[in-house]
Design a binder for this molecule. Structure first.
Ligand code: ADP
Ligand code: ZN
Length: 517
């Protein structure tokens, strides 16, 4: 649904749906009765807020949590959506503003505290306005046997009958009895379409690797899977073409795909991928929406995706048939720099930028994980899991080492040079390398000069990359990517916290700067 994708991006500022969201949004937008069980933090609110914008009239949201309602209304209004709340916490002016927006027919979302349903005035008002959907948050509050029972929730059934509009109910409580009771009370025994978590795709093998020569790494990954259908996602259009050529040179059948191609050529490529066995498409994220091929056996990323949501959506195109599928995601310091600067240089307001940095950190945390990736990935979506046995870290638990001292040395080299330099120069200082730049700046006189000879240059690069991954240091967009220390690094510098890093990526690191192209 192009409309839903556009709203997701433009209004909510997200680049991909979380697992489950898209299906729920589609069902709710189409006006079907739905019951969605999603873990706390899984992203329920989007599942009624977005459809509300796709439907005519007003979506009435019933929620027991006043503070949460007010937060959501504020966030929606900041994003330019007409939303309002009628709760006991309102000032008179707020209530007045909501009423007039309702009269004017401009309101899209009306948040309502359940006790309002007990007042005749509110019911009258709801009858008069054009309500198109009732969204019920924390739907388990309708259950008399639960801890959160709200007697006023029992009136939602009446409201639905009176208005004769679809109901979309949401809860994190998954037990069967509660679910049955929600169905009975809210949907009068006609079972709604039910969405019940379980977002895991256990047949997909998860793996990340440090990027050193992406074209070679992707070609070798694909060669080991010759004859299987696969997708390679790239960060730039140019790279799709160069990697596709590399794959063809290695004897595989591969085509490229990106948004700069003519619509006809794109459709042709999609069709070819759909029909041909063993074809590889090397694409930007523009590829995939319309593709419905169940036997894609692998997905590789030559560049770090935008977020965990985007990552999960993209790898999720593999193995739809349930048979084993494999993934490989490459990432390097240049990816991190690029993503950070895209966020910093974007037009988003400061809070959204901070949230975007946070989301990028979550993805980097997944990339630099020390234990089962699936546990980490599902944890991000609010689900708990046990070590999966189907990821690179379960296959081969990485060896870690106490990196507190080297990290402190690196931070100190950074601070002593005023946070004006990138990793390359800092590594020269740490390893005591007398380059022209080092001598010109007098950095060979620093106390940190040559304090890090226990590691080779490539190993220091890997340490810096992992430090970026743990968000201890960030590139400064205004200083050509010079690194600066984040708050998260302070306790380590002060000796209040220790940190472990992976040893294997140090061993793998070649003694040179990672390639960028
Ligand atoms: P809950 O399911 O607990 O109601 P929320 O709707 O509050 O969860 O969402 C939890 C967090 O996830 C919020 O910070 C929200 O901004 C974020 N979120 C929701 N959907 C997405 C998405 N598609 N991409 C990125 N972040 C998302
Ligand atoms: Zn695992």
């Amino acid at each position: 649904m192009a409309e839903a994708d556009r709203l997701l991006r433009d209004i909510f500022g997200f680049d991909a749906f979380r697992p489950g969201q898209q299906e729920i949004v589609e069902a709710v937008a189409e006006g079907r009765n739905t019951l969605a069980i999603m873990p706390t933090g899984g992203g329920k609110s989007l599942c009624f807020q977005l459809p509300a914008l796709m439907r005519h009239g007003v979506t009435v949201v019933i929620s027991p949590l006043i503070a949460l309602m007010r937060d959501q209304v504020r966030a929606l209004r900041e994003a330019g959506v007409e939303a309002g709340a009628l709760t006991s916490g309102n000032t008179e002016e707020e209530t007045e503003a909501v009423w007039s927006a309702l009269e004017a027919g401009s309101l899209k979302l009306l948040y309502l505290a359940p006790e309002r349903l007990a007042s005749g005035g509110a019911m009258q008002m709801l009858r008069r306005i054009n309500v198109s959907l009732i969204a019920v948050d924390e739907a388990h509050c309708v259950s008399q046997w639960g801890h959160d029972f709200r007697p006023d929730y029992l009136r939602i059934g009446e409201l639905r009958e009176m208005l004769d509009v679809p109901v979309a109910a949401f809860t994190a409580t998954a037990d069967e009895e509660t679910r049955a009771e929600i169905v009975r009370r809210l949907f009068a025994d006609t079972p709604p379409q039910t969405f019940l978590g379980g977002f895991d795709r256990p047949n997909i093998h998860l793996a990340f690797a440090a990027k050193n020569s992406p074209r070679k790494q992707i070609v070798s990954f694909a060669t080991a899977r010759k004859g299987q259908s696969g997708i390679v996602y790239c960060g730039t259009r140019a790279r799709t073409e160069s990697i596709a050529a590399g794959l063809r040179d290695a004897g595989m059948s591969a085509i490229h795909y990106h948004g700069g191609m003519q619509p006809d050529d794109r459709r042709e490529a999609e069709l070819q991928f759909q029909q041909e066995d063993g074809l590889i498409v090397v694409a930007t994220v523009a590829f995939g929406m319309g593709v419905d091929k169940p036997d894609i056996r692998w997905v590789a990323h030559s560049d770090l995706p935008k977020s965990i949501e985007a990552y999960y959506q993209e790898i999720g195109r593999a193995g739809r048939d349930g048979a084993p599928a494999e993934t490989l995601t490459l990432f390097g310091p240049d990816d991190i720099r690029l993503r950070r600067s895209q966020i910093d240089e974007g037009l988003a307001p400061p809070e959204r930028r901070a949230a975007d940095h946070g989301r990028l950190n979550a993805l980097l945390g997944l990339a630099e994980a020390l234990e089962c990736r699936r546990v980490k990935l599902l944890g991000y979506f609010g689900e708990t899991a046990v070590p999966c046995g189907n990821c690179d870290l379960c296959d081969r638990p990485p060896e870690t080492f106490d990196a507190t001292e080297p990290v402190r040395k690196a931070l100190s080299a950074m601070l002593r040079t005023g946070e004006w330099f990138g990793a390359g120069h800092l590594v020269d200082i740490l390893t005591g390398t007398e380059t022209d730049k080092v001598r010109e700046r007098g950095h060979d006189k620093l106390p940190t000069f040559g304090v890090g000879t226990e590691f080779k240059k490539g190993e220091w690069q890997a340490i810096f990359r992992q430090m970026m991954g743990h968000d201890l240091v960030r590139p400064n967009g205004e200083r050509h990517g010079a690194l600066f220390m984040t708050e998260a690094a302070r306790p380590i510098l002060r000796g209040e916290e220790t940190i472990r890093l992976r040893r294997d990526s140090l061993v793998a690191a070649k003694d040179r700067r990672p390639a960028t192209k």
